[in-house]
Every structure is written in structure tokens, then in C-alpha cells.
Design a protein around this ligand. Structure first.
Ligand code: NDP
Length: 434
């Protein structure tokens, strides 16, 4: 009888072997393991290299299983685009810095901050060279840092203009948080400065890179359930401490509209791929609420588009969090839950089939939208393409927000010039596999 058959079933685990050998029994010889050198290698398992990129064929039955778009492999660190992040606040620390870990083409190489303490903590944790840590006063020295290709501005809104102009002067590409600026005049100067310096300017409209929003836009564009007729968009939250910069007009430029209402405006425009030709708005703040002495609490507005699509939008700083968008067509009502949130998007499509009401929830693979955004900017730098959301897209939103405020102040509807083509202010459409 062989030693293996007499041993208990745990004998092949390391602990089992030790216990048995300590009891004086024979340690069995392991069966010879297969070695990589002498096993057969099938082309389907190995793949191939085309244009320097590894391609792996599908392993599912392509006749019956859904097509899988191969995703791009991550670039090695030395080939990645280097980013400097300006401002170590909540968005930077909670979302953007972690997103570099999920990015395939971007790397964090420099920090800009007014806090020596935060800069040390974040810089040490992420191996940022001491000479690549800048105060706001030292920012212009970034021009001499060849590791920095892109400056990502994550400061209070009123500081976006200054740092975009300084980054352009340093010949660095710019990724700028939304809202792009606090006026269309500033936004226009930012576009001009980046064009003159021949650097790219992208506005960080993450929802245009997020997968569920993109899927909904595709359903609208292909008219799968009929043409888009009506859109409802709400982005609201209950704001806290009145001391925060978001409630100071000089730093924020406005209240709920430029901060969170902008998602309704920008995402509805991206969904329709049209520009509004009429806007009617109303604004409101609760009297004597210390949060709303300088900026507005709530704005509701209606937008009419050339195709006849109507959009009703609402933003509020004094109610419980709500972030939904509903696209209505003759054949379906498509509800995107958490449409403007960092995560948790769910697309529910309600329609009637064979006389029965049905509701489908689309299965869309969630991906980190900040990483998608970083990779898009990096890709634009590497390939020379124009970002999907360039400065012109942000400028158009500034002009529309000014129209919304004017309509609310004058209690009238504002007529706007029609655009001559879809996606009038956007760069090329995104590739499906990004
Ligand atoms: P925070 O208030 O959390 O952080 C802002 C940081 O800016 C501060 O911590 C500080 O960093 C720096 N700063 C420099 N000057 C000032 C000043 N005078 N007052 C206050 N802060 C100053 O803001 P957020 O990170 O939430 O927002 C930053 C930008 O990102 C805004 O434009 C906002 O609209 C946008 N945003 C976008 C989101 C998105 O989903 N795309 C979500 C949230 C915000 P330091 O101490 O390092 O100098």
C-alpha cells in the first residue's frame, strides 16, 4: 500500500505533512507538478501582440454570448502622463488621489497646496519628490519640472481662472474642475490663454465619462425607444456650515446652480447633444437662513431644444440629497438613479411589451469615473486629440448659467442662438472601450 493512501486527507497540506512526519510516519513524495516548459500552449490562451499591444481572443462563444470589448492594458509608469494636483481639499483627497491608483495612463507626480502639513502627509504617502511640492506662491516654478505634463486644478471656483492662466504660462496642459470659472468672461480668457500657449484645456465633467450616463446618451442617440421628448434632472443636497467657501459669492460665484445644478445643465446638454434655444428660470432662498445671505439656495429652470425636447431641471441646497435624471421617449421612461453621484448609478427602463408593463434594470459595469476622466486627459496629451469636454464646453455652460440667472432675476424667458451642429462645443466622441 502506498504512503499516500494511508495518510489522512489533510496530508497534502503543509501543516498536515508536518504533523504526520512528527508522528514518525513516512512523508509521501509529491506527484511531479506540470511545468510551464512542457505543457501545450494554445493560441487562444496566449494571444498575440499587435502594434505593441497585447490582444487576447474571446473565450466565450461569440455566437451566443455578449461581445466583450477588450480593455486597454495599463501603461508602465515611465510612459504615463504626469499630473500635478492643485489644492488638497475633499475632492482631491477622497476621490482624485485614490483614482490615480485605478488609472491606466496617468500618474501623480506633484502637489500644490497652501498647507505644509497636508502636503507632507500626502506627499510622503504617495512618494512625491520634495522638489515637486509647491506652495501657491511657488507654483510658477512648475514650468521647470519636466515630470509634470498636466496641472489639475481642484480649488474653490474663483481660483480656477488664475491657476489656469499660470499653468498655461508654464506650458502645462490643464484639467480644471467644474464650474470652470465664476463668469463667462473668465472662462473665455482661460480658453484663449490655453489656445495661445498651445496647451490643452479640459473641464472635469466626470458624468460625460461615466458609463451609465454614456449608456443612456447612447439609447437617446440611437432612439432605441423612440426620440427623446422630455428630460427631468434634479441635483440637490442639504448644505451645512455657513462658513464654507461654497456659500461665499466671491469664492463660489453662486450657490446651488454653479456647484450642483451645473450637473443637470451639462448632462442634459450632453444627453440631447443640442444647445437650448430658450431658458426660463426661477431662483429662491429661504429668508433669514444664514447659509443663503450671499448665494442662492434653489433654482428651477426649463430648457427648450431645437428638436422639441423640453428639459425641466432643479437644484437645491436646502433639501435631502437627490440626484436623478429621467429621459422620456414615446416608448420608454428611462430613470438614471444616482445620475450625478460618484458611484451607484442604476438605469431603470420602464416600458410596455405585449400589453404588459415591464421594468428592466440595465447591467452596466461600474468604473471609477475619476480614473476614466484622468485617463481621457492623459490620452489627449499622448495622442494630441481634443478632449471630449474642452474649455469651450465649460464656457458654454457659463453663458447658459448667466442666462439662467438673468431669466430668474427678470422673471422672463431668454431666447438663445441655435447651434449649427450636434455636440457643438465638444471634442470627438469617446471610444467605446474607454
Ligand atoms: P474643499 O473645500 O474640500 O477644498 C478646497 C481646497 O482648496 C482647500 O482644502 C485648500 O487646499 C484649497 N484652497 C486654496 N485657497 C482656498 C480658500 N481661499 N478657501 C478654501 N480653500 C482654499 O473643496 P472641494 O475639494 O470640494 O472642491 C474643489 C473644487 O472641485 C471646486 O471647484 C468644486 O466645484 C469641485 N468639485 C467637483 C466635484 C466633482 O465631482 N467633479 C465634487 C466636488 C468638488 P490646500 O489646503 O491644499 O491649499
Amino acid at each position: 500500500m502506498s504512503a499516500i493512501t494511508t495518510l489522512p486527507s489533510f496530508a497534502l497540506s503543509r501543516r498536515g505533512l508536518l504533523r504526520v512526519s512528527a508522528a514518525g510516519l513516512t512523508i509521501p513524495a509529491f506527484p511531479r507538478l506540470l511545468s510551464a516548459a512542457d505543457t501545450p500552449r494554445e493560441p487562444i490562451d496566449i494571444g498575440s501582440v499587435e502594434d505593441g499591444k497585447v490582444a487576447m481572443p474571446a473565450i466565450s462563444n461569440v455566437a451566443t454570448e455578449p461581445a466583450q470589448t477588450p480593455s486597454e492594458p495599463p501603461l508602465s509608469r515611465d510612459k504615463r502622463v504626469g499630473f500635478a494636483v492643485v489644492g488638497l481639499g475633499r475632492l482631491t483627497l477622497e476621490e482624485i488621489v485614490p483614482a490615480f491608483g485605478e488609472s491606466k495612463k496617468a500618474k501623480l507626480v506633484a502637489l500644490v497646496s497652501g498647507s505644509a502639513e497636508k502636503m507632507k502627509a500626502v506627499g510622503d504617502a504617495h512618494d512625491i519628490k520634495p522638489e515637486a511640492r509647491y506652495t501657491y506662491d511657488q507654483f510658477d516654478r512648475i514650468a521647470a519640472n519636466p515630470d509634470v505634463h498636466v496641472v489639475y486644478i481642484v480649488l474653490p471656483n474663483a481660483l480656477h481662472h488664475e491657476f489656469t492662466l499660470r499653468a498655461a504660462a508654464a506650458k502645462k496642459h490643464v484639467l480644471c474642475e467644474k464650474p470652470m470659472a465664476v463668469s463667462s468672461l473668465e472662462a473665455h480668457e482661460m480658453v484663449t490663454a490655453c489656445a495661445t500657449a498651445n496647451v490643452k484645456l479640459m473641464i472635469a465633467y466626470r458624468c460625460q465619462y461615466e458609463k451609465a450616463n454614456r449608456h443612456l446618451a447612447e439609447l437617446a442617440a440611437t432612439e432605441k425607444h423612440g426620440p427623446l421628448k422630455l428630460v427631468e434632472a434634479v441635483n440637490a443636497q442639504n448644505q451645512g456650515d455657513p462658513a464654507q467657501w461654497r456659500l461665499k459669492k466671491a469664492l463660489a460665484g453662486g450657490g446651488s446652480l454653479p456647484d450642483i445644478g451645473l450637473y443637470c445643465l451639462n448632462t442634459v446638454r450632453a444627453l440631447t447633444r443640442e444647445e437650448p434655444i430658450e431658458i426660463e428660470a426661477r431662483a429662491w432662498s429661504t429668508p433669514n437662513d444664514p447659509r443663503f445671505t450671499e448665494v442662492e439656495e434653489a433654482v428651477t429652470w426649463l430648457m427648450r431644444f431645437p428638436s422639441g425636447v423640453q428639459a425641466t431641471c432643479a437644484t437645491h441646497y436646502g433639501v435631502h440629497k437627490a440626484q436623478t435624471m429621467i429621459a422620456h421617449t414615446p416608448g420608454a421612461s428611462m430613470l438614471l438613479e444616482n445620475a450625478f453621484a460618484y458611484r451607484g448609478q442604476r438605469l431603470k427602463i420602464s416600458r410596455t411589451e405585449n400589453g404588459k408593463d415591464i421594468e428592466e434594470t440595465s447591467q452596466i459595469r461600474a468604473m471609477n469615473q475619476f480614473a476614466l476622466e484622468l485617463d481621457h486627459m492623459a490620452d489627449c496629451v499622448l495622442t494630441g486629440r481634443t478632449p471630449r469636454t474642452p474649455g469651450e464646453e465649460g464656457l458654454q455652460d457659463q453663458l447658459l448659467m448667466e442666462a439662467i440667472y438673468r431669466s430668474a432675476a427678470e422673471e422672463t424667458s431668454i431666447a438663445l442662438p441655435p447651434s449649427d451642429r450636434p455636440d457643438a462645443f465638444r471634442g470627438p466622441q469617446l471610444d467605446a472601450n474607454t
